[in-house]
Design a protein around this ligand. Sequence first.
Ligand code: ATP
Ligand code: HMH
Length: 260
Amino acid sequence: MKKVLTIAGSDCSGGAGIQADLKTITAHKCYGMSVITALTAQNTTGVYGIEACSVDFVKNQMDCVFTDIFPDAIKIGMVASIEIIEAISEKLKEYKPKNIVVDPVMVATSGSKLLNDDAINMLLNELIPLSTVITPNLFEAEILCGFKIKTTEDMVKAARKIAENYDGHILIKGGHLEDNANDLLFSKGTIHWFEGERIINSNTHGTGCTLSSAIASNLALGHNIEESIRNSKEYITGALRANLDIGKGSGPLNHCYKIV
Ligand SMILES: Nc1ncnc2c1ncn2[C@@H]1O[C@H](COP(=O)(O)OP(=O)(O)OP(=O)(O)O)[C@@H](O)[C@H]1O
Ligand SMILES: Cc1ncc(CO)c(N)n1
């Protein structure tokens, strides 16, 4: 069985973060492991508290995983603080795993900040360079490229700009576009669109976490980057279409739609 590690924050309501990742990894028939960077008290209506893990404890978790069950792929989501980013980067350099998907999580679907402003540079300079693929949404891509993104043409410009300082794959997600949900993959100068019909479903809590852990699972299973994204886009579309409607706010996805 392929092994997939998620390094992310916990969402006690189960829709995003570690919990969404482990559900996704399991639905891909991979073995899931977790290094928790922070606890969040959140639900479908918002984030009500964050407790970051100590740096030593993040390192301790990473040592436990890497010295025993070495992962075939890793997804990195909420990293919380400068010190935790440094710790994760140090351990990745030590253990040198392959297939690292970095979802540069900055803000929750509900609008709450999940990363300190001063940590964004550290994310850019330390963690992103170690990754195979990054998966910013439109707002995160705006921060990484430095200008506003409104159209699919702007997405291409943003990817080109980000690629000036990063030679991995860049997936800019179009989940927040108005007319469609097309995602753009910019890979070593080539452009590939993954077209997605916009599904009318306001329950989108955890879409980004789900997509990035699906990509990590597909990479672990041996698919190349394009196949991994195509399969993951199909997975997320199915989970949105399955139309789970729970909670009082933007509810979570339905991960059971594929499980027997
Ligand atoms: N309404 C929708 N219809 C179809 N696909 C969608 C919809 N919303 C999001 N997606 C897809 O879900 C994936 C995640 O994209 P999105 O832009 O929502 O990420 P995100 O903002 O990082 O997620 P999160 O809300 O968890 O932070 C992308 O493949 C995107 O195209
Ligand atoms: C823990 C966590 N990670 C990521 C997101 C992004 O949706 C969230 N809401 N919570």
